[in-house]
Design a binder for this molecule. Structure first.
Ligand code: AMX
Length: 471
């Protein structure tokens, strides 16, 4: 029945989507668009189709070998081990991220835009991540309205946020407040009441939608309390999109800043399943902890300087360069500065990646935004000069696998241009966006009934015995 409904609801764009999906191994198995403007209705139709698909695939190929594990992989952060399923996006080392088969430029072209805007709406990206389909304008509009209607924060969370001292790092505030939203969890309540497993995903969906809706007021309260004397975030407008509401709650009404937020919140959303924030969310969720607690786990990981906190570190780094050798320093001086930083055992933040081996397309699209809107900004020029100088300096060390910039090398410069200079806050913005990817994934984790995660660990003596190594 679901398949018949799916076939009946075929619409334009079908063949393009299917071809793209096939080419990049995306998880779209139903090459058709569902017309309903309710995301839950669309998922209700898709979930049984996808469950069957996975069931049949596992029946036929469950014991097919897909890789090998070496001793170095076990010690080396599990690089390259194919041990996770993530339906929402795939990261190619050379090409970068594809969301359900679509590259960033394709998403910029195909996803619905805000009124008068040119950047994609994150609502559209979430729809794409959750369903595999490029949504219609009406579907995106209905998501904006639904998130606006779910945005209220419980009073105890507001009180908690208002009581934090403003020297508490914004990411610690975010993690604590998100954990406290556990009081709102529909999944936790339903689990306690003994719902059957096949209904789990529907309650996870409800929590995911509530969490995404509540993050902008929560994050904006952190911003205003920490940096703006706790002034009110104002009300949410049901006819505004998620990014416009968020920008306004933060206190930014500039149309270009709103456009930047739409792009920013779209491109930071998802980076397949193995990165620390996505993996942590998935891992905690696999114990059937509710989506708030799972996301809290992910955010604790995003707060690390080798992961999401790198966007804060980049701005600190740029400011340090501007102060010590000047934002307009020559390439030779920049090179000397970088070499001396490396000699002191520091990393160059915003450069390198565990998977990518080329310039991150998320860097490139932010650079394009800067070239369009702030080509003469001195800090942007500094970022451009660092881009010229850094890769050869990093390559000269002989150990760095990827000398190219990642997403964090650029984002802070755009934010400071529009007046958001509080660099310790930047990772919170990353976190708000990351919710889109990890929540879409968590819905599918439960829809596909993925079990509690429990890889095998080994001790060094155990590994030595296994490899018949001599002591
Ligand atoms: N500056 C200096 N040294 C670097 C470096 C950088 N940007 N990137 C890698 N290295 C070093 C590593 O520390 C490691 O040194 P070691 O052998 O002495 O321990 C060596 O080069 C090999 O590392 P790698 O295999 O190339 O990278 P990795 O997969 O271990 O680490 C990452 C990836 C991102 C943690 C690393 O490149 C890094 O620390 N970059 C700077 C921080 C950063 O920008 N993080 C953000 C990443 C994107 C994100 O998650 N938001």
């Amino acid at each position: 029945m679901a398949i018949i409904r799916a076939l009946l609801s075929r619409a334009s764009g079908v063949h393009f989507q299917a071809a793209q999906a096939q080419k990049f191994g995306a998880a779209i198995t139903v090459p058709c668009r569902f017309e309903s403007t309710s995301l839950k209705d669309v998922l209700k139709q898709k979930v049984p189709i996808e469950q069957d698909n996975v069931k049949n695939f596992r029946k036929e190929h469950g014991s097919t070998v897909i890789g090998e594990v070496t001793v170095d992989m076990a010690y080396g952060g599990m690089r390259g081990i194919k041990g996770l399923v993530c339906e929402t996006s795939v990261l190619d080392p050379e090409e970068g991220i594809r969301f359900r088969g679509y590259s960033i430029p394709e998403c910029q072209k195909l996803l619905p835009k805000g009124p008068g805007g040119q950047e994609p709406l994150p609502e559209g990206l979430f729809w794409l991540l959750a369903t595999g389909d490029i949504p219609t304008e009406a579907q995106v509009k209905s998501l904006s309205q639904e998130w606006a209607s779910r945005a209220d924060l419980p009073q105890h969370v507001v009180t908690m946020l208002n009581n934090f001292p403003n020297h508490l790092h914004p990411m610690a505030q975010l993690c604590a407040a998100v954990a406290a939203l556990h009081s709102e969890s529909k999944f936790a309540k339903a689990y306690q009441s003994g719902i059957p497993k096949k209904q789990y995903w529907e309650y996870v969906y409800e929590d995911a939608m509530d969490l995404i809706a509540k993050l902008p007021p929560l994050a904006a309260t952190i911003y205003r309390n920490t940096y703006k004397d706790g002034s009110s975030i104002g009300g949410i407008k049901s006819d505004w999109d998620w990014s416009k509401n968020f920008s306004s709650m933060l206190g930014y009404e500039d149309q270009q800043f709103i456009e930047l937020m739409r792009l920013y919140l779209t491109i930071h959303s998802d980076h397949e399943g193995g990165n620390v924030s996505a993996h942590a969310t998935h891992l905690v969720g696999s114990a059937l902890s509710d989506p708030y607690l799972s996301f809290c786990g992910g955010m604790c990981g995003l707060a690390g300087p080798l992961h999401g906190l790198a966007n804060q570190e980049v701005l600190i780094f740029l400011t340090k360069i501007a102060k010590s050798i000047g934002a307009d320093a020559s390439e030779d001086k920049l090179k000397d500065f970088l070499v001396s930083e490396l000699k002191q055992g520091r990393v160059v933040p915003g450069y390198g990646h565990a998977v990518l081996r080329k310039t991150d397309p998320r860097y490139t699209c932010q650079r394009e935004f800067a070239l369009k809107h702030l080509p003469n900004d001195p800090m942007f020029k500094l970022v451009s000069n660092i881009y010229k100088v850094t890769p050869p300096v990093l390559l000269d060390t002989g150990k760095i696998k990827n000398p190219w910039p990642n997403v964090d090398a650029h984002s802070g410069v755009l934010l400071q241009y529009y007046g958001m200079k509080e660099m310790n806050y930047y990772t919170v913005l990353f976190g708000v966006s990351r919710a889109l990817g990890v929540m879409a994934s968590l819905i599918w984790d439960r829809a596909l009934n993925l079990p509690i995660e429990r890889p095998k660990s080994m001790s060094t003596p155990g590994l030595m015995k296994l490899t018949k190594a001599k002591k």
